[in-house]
Write a protein that binds this ligand. Structure first.
Ligand code: UD1
Ligand code: UDP
Length: 373
């Protein structure tokens, strides 16, 4: 083997953000030939990240369809990757996290008997339906992988308890910290004038995101109704909500929050403005996974709009609280953070259980070692 051929496969916004630093590291290693294949399970939201980090995919399956079902994504990814893997013949495929691209990517590699490395391995909520389908995507991807890159010790322990061998697990930290450190700047100016005009000192800016499949419908109605009530009760609050491009999310967001004063519904932000908006906000309400990892590093309290989390480290550290999906509790916990200084200060500590910004480097070193180089 002259060079180790590593093919990274990803398809959605968070995978792209968290794989970008790994790809840069792979590209910079003289013993590695890096190939990038995007499924484009997301289109615009993926392209935003590819542009920012200047990643030019070698293959693009371009599979996204409006309102796509899980079976559609899985089958299109599997069929598309069969051709690409046969052509590229990588020594290892790298997948990230828990999306349907992740699982189908690992399965496609297994069908061609190609080794799989799983970045961000070992997160578990313990509930197969929440996050749905991500919990099962992670477990199945773990079964198909030869190298498991675990962000935290807790993630490593989860893998060990499922019988994964210790030699195949590498404790790396989370690559999201590598990405975050590259884009957050003290003196950041937004391109969107509306974001520059918000009075971050005198207003309490709440950043909201919501997209999880298990929250579509009733839970999301509760969440948006809670946000409406919070802005009606608190005139010093401004909510910024970059609305995910999922048609189901957009319909509910515009129906419930479209006309509400002090709620700004905007398009999904590029990663650099989004990360800097997190850094400038007072509080974050979200059902996102990645944001639960980024916000603690920025010292921003997070109320998680879900019933549990596969990221308990930040809850233990005190910056993240599980708010659930009932309107009254979301309103009550938000009000407490708006009005009780001590509660706020108690959560607003900058802690970072997710790594030191060198996760990508450790990942690539472990791949090289695995192939005996
Ligand atoms: C997907 C992942 C989820 C991840 C999330 C990150 C699965 C099953 N879900 O959920 O784990 O947390 O991405 O955001 O893998 N759309 C666009 N343009 C885009 C992106 C999405 O139009 O750039 C629309 C399309 O109509 C698409 C819909 O959003 O059908 C939903 O996208 P999809 O990838 O199926 O699910 P997400 O909710 O984004
Ligand atoms: N993000 C972004 N623009 C936005 C909203 C989120 O760049 O408008 C980033 C965010 O900082 C995090 C990632 O996207 O890194 C999270 O993506 P998402 O919430 O879609 O997915 P999840 O992490 O829940 O899988």
């Amino acid at each position: 083997m002259n060079k180790i051929k590593v093919m990274s496969i990803f398809g959605t916004r968070p995978e792209a953000i968290k794989m970008a630093p790994v790809i840069k590291e792979l590209e910079g290693h003289e013993g590695i030939e890096s190939v990038v294949c995007v499924t484009a399970q997301h289109r615009e939201m993926l392209d935003q990240v590819l542009d920012l980090f200047e990643i030019k995919p070698d293959y693009d399956l371009n599979i996204m369809k409006p309102g796509q079902t899980l079976s559609e994504i899985t089958s299109r990814v599997l069929l598309g990757l069969e051709e690409v893997i046969k052509e590229v013949k990588p020594h290892m495929v790298l997948v990230h996290g828990d999306t349907t691209t992740t699982f189908a990517g690992a399965l496609a590699a297994f069908y061609q008997q190609v080794k799989v490395g799983h970045v961000e391995a070992g997160l578990r909520s313990g509930n197969m339906y929440s996050p749905y389908p991500e919990e099962i995507n992670r477990i199945l991807t773990g079964r198909l992988s030869h190298l498991h890159f675990a962000p935290t010790l807790g993630n490593k322990k989860n893998l060990l308890s499922e019988g994964i061998s210790e030699e195949s697990i590498v404790l790396t930290g989370n690559t999201v910290i590598d990405a975050l450190l590259q884009v957050v700047k003290e003196d950041y100016r937004f391109e969107d004038a509306r974001l520059n005009h918000i009075d971050y000192r005198n207003k309490k800016v709440i950043l909201l995101t919501a997209h999880r499949r298990e929250n579509l419908g009733g839970p999301m109605i509760n969440i948006f109704s809670a946000v409406k009530e919070i802005t009606e009760k608190n005139t010093d609050v401004e909510v910024v909500f970059p609305v995910h491009l999922s048609p189901q999310v957009r319909r509910l967001a515009y129906e419930i929050l479209g006309e509400v004063k002090n709620v700004h519904l905007i398009e999904p932000l590029d990663y650099a403005p989004f990360a800097n908006l997190m850094a400038k906000s007072y509080l974050i309400l979200t059902d996102s996974g990645g944001i639960q990892e980024e916000a603690p590093a920025l010292g921003k309290p997070v109320l998680v709009l879900r019933t549990e989390t596969e990221r308990p480290e930040a809850v233990e550290a005190g910056t993240v609280k599980i708010a659930g999906i009932e309107k009254e509790r979301i309103v009550a916990l938000t009000e407490e953070l708006l009005h009780h200084r001590q509660t706020y200060e108690g959560m607003a500590n900058a802690v970072n259980p997710y790594g030191d910004g060198r996760a990508s480097q450790r990942t690539v070193e472990a791949i090289v070692k695995h192939f005996g180089k």
